[in-house]
Write a protein that binds this ligand. Structure first.
Ligand SMILES: [Zn+2]
Length: 333
């Protein structure tokens, strides 16, 4: 079956078409009765800048156009699509599917679903979810969750999986038995705004010591910059700091060590709350192999169940995860 998944961010919008099959017999999939999983093959994708400054009307019009172009490029029509799923960077109201906050403000309180149906002149099923939740969902049913299932024999239906995006910021999603937990207000999985350090750094959300201030690329960068007492031409980014740590630069080494300890503490907290089977990391920082070295041992020290450490995986689906998760919203409700 053909599904469309749309990943909308502050800088770009990407429409992807996926051919999705059940791993066993290509029939309608039931997460709850088997160890089957999804395989999502990208047919093609098209992207365009979000151009937020143009405003909602223009941007949503561009999106309609992009969906049409993408479907046409695949020699398909809208009728060939089972559904369209959209990942948006903000809290999505579970009742209205409207975005309630986020840095891409033009979508806030807009009926994107209605706008697209009107623009596409179609009554196709459209689902909208938070982008980090989409990442977690994709990895749970077609990525890291499949790996965990293979390694342990525990079926996806019995998993609690947590997606943690350690990118510029820190976001997350919680998936239980292949289904996204959204919560009453759509904020389940906003783990980046749980307190990691009491009276810590001020966060843009208004609180202090949020995990996002420490478990993120920006957190790593500002920790480094705040401890340099000489003039530097330019602040090193997180990737550079990992590189310098590998080259044994003492400050970078210390920052990376501290980051890992924060990440481990964060994951241990979440483990004590959720008792998850596994965590899957996404975002730029997740690409650093150093992040995973010895991490399980540090987590183990802080979990309530003696000597327990959940699996922590690097994401399997890469940049496509957001789009795949969005596409799969219609299959996993
Ligand atoms: Zn915060």
């Amino acid at each position: 079956m053909l599904l469309a998944g749309i990943d909308i961010g502050g800088t770009k919008m990407e429409v992807s078409l996926f051919e999705v099959a059940d791993s066993v017999n290509n029939k309608e999939f039931d997460l709850h009765t088997s160890t089957k999983h999804y395989e999502a093959k990208k047919v093609l994708s098209r992207r365009t800048p979000t151009d937020r400054h143009l405003g909602y009307e223009k941007v949503s019009g561009n999106l309609v156009q992009l969906i049409r172009e993408t479907v046409e490029s695949a020699d398909a029509s809208l009728n060939d699509l089972r559904s369209i799923g959209i990942g948006l960077p903000g809290i999505i109201d579970p009742q209205t599917s409207m975005m309630k906050n986020g840095n891409t403000g033009i979508f806030i309180d807009q009926d994107l679903m209605g706008t697209l149906k009107k623009g596409l002149e179609s009554d196709i099923e459209i689902n909208i979810a938070n982008d980090a939740n989409c990442f977690a969902l994709a990895e749970a049913v077609a990525g890291a969750g499949v790996k965990y299932q293979e390694e342990t024999g525990i079926p996806i239906a019995d998993h609690i999986g947590v997606g943690v995006i350690v990118g510029t910021g820190c976001g997350g999603g919680i998936i239980r038995g292949g289904q996204m937990l959204v919560g009453r207000n759509g904020t389940t999985g906003e783990i980046g705004h749980s307190t990691l350090v009491t009276n810590g750094h001020t966060c843009y959300c208004g609180r202090r010591g949020c995990a996002e201030q420490y478990v993120s690329g920006v957190g790593i960068e500002s920790a480094y910059a705040s401890r340099i007492y000489t003039q530097i031409a330019e602040r090193p980014n997180a990737r550079k700091i990992f590189e310098m740590a590998e080259e044994q630069e003492p400050l970078a080494k210390a920052i990376v060590k501290e980051f890992k300890s924060n990440l481990a503490f964060f994951i241990a907290n979440l483990t004590n709350i959720l008792d998850a089977n596994y965590f899957v990391l996404g975002g730029g920082v997740s690409l650093q192999p150093e992040v995973y070295k010895g991490l399980a041992d540090i987590i183990r020290r802080d979990t309530y169940k003696p000597d327990y450490s959940p699996a922590v995986y690097q994401n399997v689906l890469g940049d496509s995860a957001g789009g795949i998760g969005a596409a799969m919203l219609s299959l996993t409700k």
